[in-house]
Design a protein. Structure first.
Length: 154
């Protein structure tokens, strides 16, 4: 999976070009209508933020875009309580006009700290009412079969 992910999504850019297939059918970003939370980092050498920002005109959905300080790794994994990090965030409604990346960066609010608490807030807004967790000790092995689980053979 990791090799496929790197080869098809990064090296060949198959998802953005409409060539990435799931169950034999190409995935079109324009068919995604679910709100999205997209993160880019200022100094990302693998996925430069202005490249990931293009999602704004690739999808027909609400896009909450976050630009985190840092690079490819530090910008993503910076824990919420680690000082020295900041991020910018803005949501574009699906029917709102496109805002270019430079204008977006110049006008989006900057928030001190990691982007993780912003993501948690977004997730809470997208989620329904929390239900009770499963009872501790609940055995799901009957569903999965003996380890490693029958599903790995399908």
């Amino acid at each position: 999976m990791h090799s496929e992910y790197l080869r098809k999504l990064f090296l060949n850019n198959d998802l953005a070009e409409g060539r990435y297939e799931v169950e034999g059918r190409p995935v079109s970003l324009s068919d995604i209508h679910t709100p999205m939370f997209v993160v880019g980092t200022m100094r990302d050498h693998v996925a430069p933020w202005k490249s990931t920002y293009k999602v704004h005109y690739e999808v027909d959905a609400d896009v909450t875009f976050v630009l985190a300080s840092g690079g490819h790794n530090a910008g993503i994994v910076a824990p919420p309580d680690e000082p020295g990090h900041s991020h910018q965030v803005r949501t574009k409604a699906a029917d709102a006009p496109y805002l270019g990346p430079d204008e977006w960066q110049g006008t989006s609010p900057r928030i001190e700290g990691s982007w993780w608490p912003t993501w948690i807030t977004w997730l809470e807004q997208q989620s329904g009412t929390l239900g009770p967790p499963p009872r501790l000790g609940t055995d799901h092995s009957a569903d999965l079969g003996i380890a490693p689980g029958g599903y790995v053979h399908t």
